[in-house]
Design a protein around this ligand. Structure first.
Ligand code: ZN
Length: 133
């Protein structure tokens, strides 16, 4: 599940405000079994005004919402995205995906998206994933 695509869907489906911040994602069931649904939890954060994390977002003391997308529902979201944009749903048309993030040097390494063979297109995605037309 592409979390960015799933979040964009939830924002629209639930008319979430622009400031809404997704802070937690959890797959169910647990323990290495195939995911049936993902829980997205977030809220409208406040910004910390002091302390070592000053300027960062927090949801502490703020009412949060947990929204669910099932794997079956996500298939439909993905199909709609492909129909609407003609883009690969994994890299969202970019053609690249993150291969590695070095948290020390802050360097991000990219590679061609494996789901569309770096084309960024729905056609590339369908060719790589055997999606019937
Ligand atoms: Zn792609």
């Amino acid at each position: 599940m592409n979390l960015k695509l799933a979040e964009a869907y939830l924002r629209k489906a639930y008319s979430l405000p622009e400031e809404f911040w997704f802070a937690k994602w959890e797959c169910f069931p647990k323990a290495g079994r195939e995911t049936l649904y993902v829980e997205f939890t977030g809220g409208v954060p406040k910004i910390l005004k002091s302390g070592p994390r000053k300027g960062r977002k927090t949801l502490r003391g703020i009412p949060t919402r947990t929204l669910i997308i099932s794997t079956a529902e996500y298939q439909r979201i993905e199909a709609d995205y492909i129909a609407d944009t003609g883009n690969c749903p994994k890299c969202m048309g970019d053609g690249n995906e993150v291969s590695r993030i070095d948290f020390v040097s802050k360097e991000t390494t990219w590679r061609p998206c494996v789901k569309c063979n770096g084309t960024g297109t729905a056609a590339g995605f369908e060719a790589m994933n055997g999606v019937a037309k």
